[in-house]
Design a protein around this ligand. Structure first.
Ligand SMILES: [Fe+2]
Ligand SMILES: [Fe+2]
Length: 374
């Protein structure tokens, strides 16, 4: 499948559209010949400053929020020093089973990329990322409710989030390594963006892990599901599908769920955990925005209309979109509403749609509360 997709990517995504001879693209629906200019999407306003910011060292959650840890790993202890490229760093992180080591290595790898001018390189990622023996992985239906496990709701929800963040580290590094053979076509910035996403996710996991320890638990104490990796595997042969399925669906679900989780933790009385979750939710906008940016560029080069391409890919890969949607966060990240079935946004949000969004969120919270209490 790689071979088919290879000819569909232009040498540089920032260059003008390229037309290939019809004989090379005639069998595929992603033909360049159908190219038509698309309106420039409205991008997240923070994208450039997110890209340009130095590597974020605030990996500990202090009394007032994120802060720099006192026991920084010295560079001569850095296991990523043996990697000759960013793609090799990605493969190294993916092959590391210990979650905290995976998190630390992610930060070291991204810091080396930023400071030492590593090439993107090429590396083959493992078929599945290395993971610890615990948590045991079960199907989503087999995940027990917090009451049957005898666990406090805040720790239970935080453990679920830690699992999502650990998966997100691997998902981002897999994108770096998996598509590294195409770095000439995609350009360095594609890999830089996903390495930065991996670094963000590693910081999120570190905060969750620290807070779990403060509550008397550690990652692995509760069963978890393997659903997130399955969607990554499905899209491993197609960069457009990977962008649609991971940042634009999976990460966007995080935008929808974040405020509800914060509210539940506030209701439970755990303000420290709710502050961590709120900060994570705030930082997730960047990851969806990066997905929108690259999906639009890949579609442009393929001569596809992004909205139609997104819907076709979800159908092809059997990925379901589930509301209720956090329209304001999705708008901020730049996902057009017509991509996911929402009403297209023309100008300012109307009072009626504000009321609709709030009602949808309240109904979803009530449903989740009743299933958690039931
Ligand atoms: Fe995250
Ligand atoms: Fe994320």
């Amino acid at each position: 499948m790689f071979a088919v997709r290879r000819v569909l990517l232009a040498p540089r995504l920032s260059s003008p559209p390229i037309r290939l001879p019809p004989s090379r693209v005639g069998t595929t629906r992603w033909a360049f010949d159908s190219f038509s200019p698309q309106p420039t999407p409205r991008l997240w306003s923070g994208l450039q400053s997110w890209r340009e910011a130095p590597a974020n060292e605030r990996r500990t959650w202090g009394p007032d929020g994120p802060c720099q840890p006192t026991d920084l790993t010295r560079l001569d202890d850095d296991p990523t020093a043996s990697a000759a490229s960013l793609a090799e760093c990605a493969a190294l992180v993916l092959s590391t089973p210990d979650p905290l080591a995976k998190s630390s290595l992610s930060h070291l790898a991204y810091s080396r990329w930023r400071l030492h001018g590593l090439p993107v390189g090429v590396a083959r990622p493992p078929d599945r990322p290395a993971r610890p023996d615990r948590p045991i992985l079960v199907s989503p239906k087999e995940i027990p409710a917090h009451k049957s496990l005898g666990l406090p709701l805040n720790s239970y929800m935080l453990h679920n989030l830690a699992h999502v963040e650990l998966n997100a580290i691997d998902l981002a590094w897999d994108t770096v390594a998996r598509f590294s053979p195409f770095h000439e076509a995609l350009g360095d910035e594609f890999f830089s963006d996903f390495a930065r996403v991996a670094d963000d996710e590693s910081r999120h996991f570190a905060w969750c892990s620290q807070r779990l320890a403060e509550l008397g638990f550690s990652y692995g104490d509760m069963p978890a599901h393997n659903l997130l990796w399955r969607e990554c595997e499905k899209s491993s042969g197609d960069v457009a599908a990977r962008l649609a399925v991971i940042p634009l669906v999976q990460e966007a679900r995080g935008l929808d769920a974040g405020p509800r989780l914060v509210q539940k933790l506030v209701g439970f009385g755990d303000h420290r955990t709710s502050n961590i979750v709120a900060k994570i939710a705030e930082e997730e906008v960047a990851h969806v925005a990066v997905g929108v940016y690259w999906f639009n560029l890949v579609c442009q080069k393929m001569g596809r209309i992004p909205c139609a391409a997104f819907k076709d890919l979800l159908k092809e890969y059997n990925v379901e979109l589930k509301g209720p949607f956090n329209y304001s966060a999705r708008d901020e990240a730049g996902i057009p509403r017509d991509w996911y079935g929402g009403t297209p946004k023309w100008g300012a949000k109307s009072d009626l749609s504000e009321v609709h969004d709030r009602l949808a969120s309240i109904i979803a919270m009530e449903r989740e509360n009743s299933s958690l209490n039931g």
